[in-house]
Design a protein around this ligand. Structure first.
Ligand SMILES: [Zn+2]
Length: 488
């Protein structure tokens, strides 16, 4: 077996290590070790223990695995946040349905490098991932390359790509290489291995989510997408439900929910925060980049029958990162549309930063400002800063005033706003009800959400908000890969 091979290769650093070379922007493992040995070793150790998964295939050609590690911590105690990645590979035929996926140890990587020199690739693979955070605090990784066959049905991906993050105020693209090992396992062994690592596809919260989904499948409910609101006819005998998900912190958790909804015959609307590292990175001075693979992930959600909308955070980006307001909206919403995303709805993100200055992303659009015609709750009273079109705030200790450009929702192709979906409806509901999962942090439980749903009466219109993060990866045991084969 390859594990016993001699050890030569010092160049192949794993993705884990490449990502962790956070210490001074260094690309070299050796340099990083010199700079902060404990930090690097701590990261290495914890990723080594946690970052594994199972790849499955229904056709024994295309394989997919989802890996995650919650709150990766350095020895210093600094939390880096949730790390998630997707691994895909295609083999030229294999007898194996299931593989265990993991990063090789340093010693194994050195041995593998020598071993691969004499072999020809039999497949191709890639991985995409990110360390979650907003704006300039996150990190993304993407890499791809050939897959080689070793003995006994063991395969290895040798990928090259880049890690991107903001260093000293500059979006830095660092070239990286990484290897992944695919070791054969039958389904039972794979499940047991995952369990041993502490992962399960049946967390309590996930099952509670399933109970809400079961309720929504009853004939008394009619599920609608936000984009359908203007054309929706009145349904006096049924409760109309808009099922909304704001993707702030986990895109792969959202995909897991999307797959589960499709399995149960449900469709819903996913609003993507494009200033979160799950989608891209925001740097100062208007810098912006999109993570490879994120658009593809959203198209996958859409292909399941779900709606993709924009989780608006542009005012925040303009105020604190000098993002060119209207150009960004045109360029980035345009990027999604050109890729095939049917994007006509939005829901404003309640950013911590705008909250601090008593402002709100709703004011990104003139429609929500003074005399604009739409009202997002009582924002003009609780977050009045910007309601008149000017945000007055402090940045790095200096008083600022930002005049928000006049952009109407329709100017950037938005037809429906989730917080005021009743304004878009072609009929007047008997009653409007809003059931957000933020109530889980105010002493309520998922069964309280279920109860509120049951209290709705025919003719009512209900909006249920479920953030993917609260139902999936918040639980350290949640296994993103529980149903990976399904996604292909
Ligand atoms: Zn949000």
């Amino acid at each position: 077996m390859f594990r016993r091979l001699s050890l030569v290769w010092l160049c192949a650093i794993s993705l884990a290590l490449a990502l962790c070379v956070l210490v001074a922007g260094s690309t070299s493992l050796l340099q990083a070790r010199q700079a902060a040995p404990e930090a690097v070793n701590g990261w290495r150790h914890k990723l080594g223990a946690g970052l594994s998964g199972v790849a499955r295939s229904s056709d024994r050609v295309r394989y997919l695995a989802w890996l995650r590690h919650l709150s990766v911590a350095l020895d210093s105690g600094k939390q880096l946040g949730n790390f998630e990645c997707r691994v895909r590979f295609t083999l030229d035929g294999s007898s194996q349905e299931t593989f265990l996926v993991r990063f090789p140890t340093d010693l194994e990587a050195q041995a593998l490098q020598k071993e691969l020199e004499s072999r020809s690739p039999v497949g191709l693979g890639d991985f995409q991932g990110y360390v979650f955070n907003y704006y300039d605090k996150g990190a993304t990784v993407s890499a791809s390359g050939p897959v080689y066959s070793l003995d006994k049905n063991v395969f290895v991906l040798r990928a090259a790509g880049e890690v991107v993050r903001v260093v000293d105020g500059v979006l830095q693209h660092v070239a990286t290489t990484a290897m992944m090992l695919f070791e054969p396992a039958d389904r039972g062994a794979a499940a047991a291995a995952l369990q041993k690592l502490g992962y399960t596809s049946q967390t309590t919260r996930w099952n509670e989510m399933g109970a809400i989904y079961d309720e929504l499948r009853l004939p008394r409910y009619r599920l609608a997408l936000f984009r359908e609101a203007p054309a929706l006819a009145v349904a006096p005998d049924r409760v109309t439900v808009f099922l909304r998900h704001d993707i702030d912190r986990t895109l792969y958790g959202a995909l897991a929910m999307g797959r589960e909804e499709r399995r149960r015959g449900l469709c819903s609307s996913y609003f993507v925060n494009m200033a979160s590292s799950l989608y891209g990175l925001v740097g100062p001075g208007g810098q912006y980049m999109v993570r490879d693979g994120a658009v593809e992930d959203l198209l996958e959600l859409q292909a399941m029958g779900h709606e993709i909308g924009y989780h608006t955070d542009i005012l925040m980006m303009a105020l604190f990162y000098d993002t060119p307001f209207r150009p960004w909206l045109d360029r980035e919403l345009g990027r999604l549309r050109r890729a095939g995303v049917r994007l006509v709805s939005q829901a404003e993100h309640g950013s911590f930063h705008t909250h601090e200055i008593k402002s709100h992303n709703s004011y990104s659009f003139t429609n929500f400002r003074h005399n604009g015609g739409l009202r997002h709750g009582g924002l003009e009273a609780t977050a009045p800063n910007g309601f008149d079109g000017v945000v007055r705030y402090e940045r790095k200790g200096v008083a600022q005033s930002f005049s928000i450009p006049d952009v109407q929702l329709k100017d950037v192709g938005i037809e429906v706003s989730a917080y005021v979906v009743t304004a878009a409806l072609g009929f007047t509901p008997r009653q409007w009800r809003y059931i957000p999962d933020q109530m889980l942090f105010q002493g309520k439980s998922p069964s309280d959400m279920l109860e509120l749903l049951r209290q709705a009466e025919p003719g009512d219109v209900v909006e249920v908000l479920m953030h993917p993060v609260h139902w999936t990866v918040t639980d350290p045991a949640f296994d993103l890969g529980g149903d990976a084969a399904d996604a292909q």
